[in-house]
Ligand binder design. Structure first.
Ligand code: PLP
Length: 445
């Protein structure tokens, strides 16, 4: 709603300032307080999938080049396939890492990274209790044991609980940068270094994010990304691994290609240190590489737009009584995927979401991940074969999942409201969301 050249929120804010300057405190109170303002006029709000909103002739041209060359396979064909090769080089460069490997999905990237770190039977890997399935399955499939650590008000792994969960069997921690926000990497890296634990950064939900000036994925020993449609840059499906460590890289590259190694990877990582072992086929196709190359060139634009919108909305609700914003250890590094705040309890959180949705604001509980320790298949340690060695070992039988293992995570989850942010939001949409959150929260207090 426009009032002259002012958006509605600016008009109301200006009115509030004017009223309070005139000593009419109760007028301000009335605008936001007891008297319910008339309903706001909802604009169309569609946060949408991020990457596809930037598809244009660049992706089209890159795909055409692959089709016309008749070479959709990355290693050979009638043309000279270089799309995946170039994407890997540019992706490593963008992330500030020495080496990158393109694969078929984020899940495949996790399997490669876990292989790269040499994780296997007898090892424990600390995983946040709220994250995507693949952070759990990559540990299980490697024959190691997942140990859950709680999340905190960053919505990411609680560095203190990570430290508490370390045993002499802990080989690695998966620091998942969830919902567009970086983990608090400093205490995580300090503890990991002190206790000899390797760090795998899962940046699937935070592609392009950073922490204290370093791109996510380049801080720990190895980083992974997903390019599935819900993520930042997308080719529908796809993933990548980055590392500075040539030994990790060689093992990951071998695992992604049947356990063998091609010269391109040895050219990058130096002479082989590992013999051929049983691997998988997670090779990225040239069609995927073509789309990702075009998308990568637009990542900074996507980030700028998302971040600008998220910043405006956070700014507009930051002093609102009765809510606490997501704790962000480095707000500059957040990619702006959403705006997150917590209410006093679940009942109030649910009412807040309901009211916001009535106003067509894209509000929900936290999305995109799973409360893993309370999933039936996790509680019962169900794998693809009942005699799975890790869960049948003495340690595996002892380990107990379920709600008792993740109290704090369940509490945090139940208090949070998520409001999605879109890269193409206008000032009017941002203002409308701010007004709606203020109106709903103040009415609930
Ligand atoms: C945190 C996290 N890690 C890993 C993955 C796996 O990525 P993909 O779907 O590409 O296999 C996802 C996917 O949603 C994710 O959210």
């Amino acid at each position: 709603m426009k009032t002259g050249n002012l958006t509605r929120r600016k008009f109301l804010t200006t009115s509030c300032i004017a009223l309070s300057a005139a000593g009419v405190g109760s007028g301000v109170q009335k605008l936001w307080g007891q008297a319910r303002p008339r309903p706001l006029e909802a604009p169309d709000i569609h946060p949408g999938y991020i990457g596809p909103q930037f598809f244009d002739e660049c992706e089209e041209q890159a795909l055409l080049e692959v089709l016309e060359s008749g070479s959709p396979f990355r290693y050979w064909g009638p043309g000279k396939p270089t799309k995946v090769l170039r994407f890997e080089e540019r992706f490593a460069d963008y992330m500030g890492a020495r080496l990158a490997l393109g694969v078929t999905s984020g899940t495949a990237a996790l399997d490669c990274a876990v292989t790269g770190l040499g994780i296997g039977p007898g090892d424990e890997v600390i995983v946040p209790a709220y994250t995507w399935w693949s952070d759990y399955t990559c540990v299980v499939h490697a024959g190691a044991l997942p140990v859950f650590a709680d999340i905190d008000e960053t919505l990411n792994i609680d560095p203190k609980d990570f430290e508490r969960k370390i045993t002499d069997r802990t080989k690695a921690v998966i620091a998942v940068h969830l919902l567009g926000g970086p983990c608090d990497m400093q205490p995580i890296m300090e503890t990991a270094k002190k206790r000899g634990v390797t760090v795998l950064e899962d940046c699937a939900q935070c592609v392009g994010g950073s922490y204290r000036g370093k791109k996510l994925g380049s801080i720990g020993d190895v980083g992974i990304y997903s390019f599935q449609i819900n993520k930042m840059i997308t080719s529908g499906e796809g993933g990548a691994v980055v590392t500075n460590d040539p030994a990790i890289y060689e093992r990951a590259a071998r695992f992604h290609d049947m356990g063998t190694i091609r010269s391109v990877f040895l050219d990058r990582a130096g002479p082989s240190r590992v013999q051929t072992f049983a691997g998988e086929n997670f090779r990225m196709s040239e069609l995927t590489g073509a789309v990702l190359g075009a998308q990568l060139a637009k990542l900074d634009t996507m980030l700028e737009q998302l971040r600008g919108n998220a910043r405006a909305i956070y700014h507009g609700i930051k002093n609102l009584a009765g809510i606490r914003l997501r704790h962000r250890p480095d707000p500059e590094g957040d990619i702006g995927y959403g705006v997150f705040f917590q209410m006093n309890d679940k009942a109030m959180r649910d009412r807040c979401i309901r009211e916001l949705r009535n106003r067509k604001v894209p509000a929900s509980t936290l999305t995109g991940s799973v409360l893993l320790p309370i999933q039936e298949s996790v509680v019962n340690k169900r794998t693809r074969h009942p005699d799975w060695p890790s869960f049948n070992s003495a340690e595996g039988r002892k380990i107990a999942y379920g709600p008792e293992s993740c109290h704090q995570t369940l509490e945090v989850f139940d208090r949070f409201v998520q409001v999605r942010v879109g890269p193409k939001y206008t000032e009017r949409i941002n203002d409308y969301i701010i007004d709606s959150v203020r109106e709903v929260c103040e009415a609930l207090m």
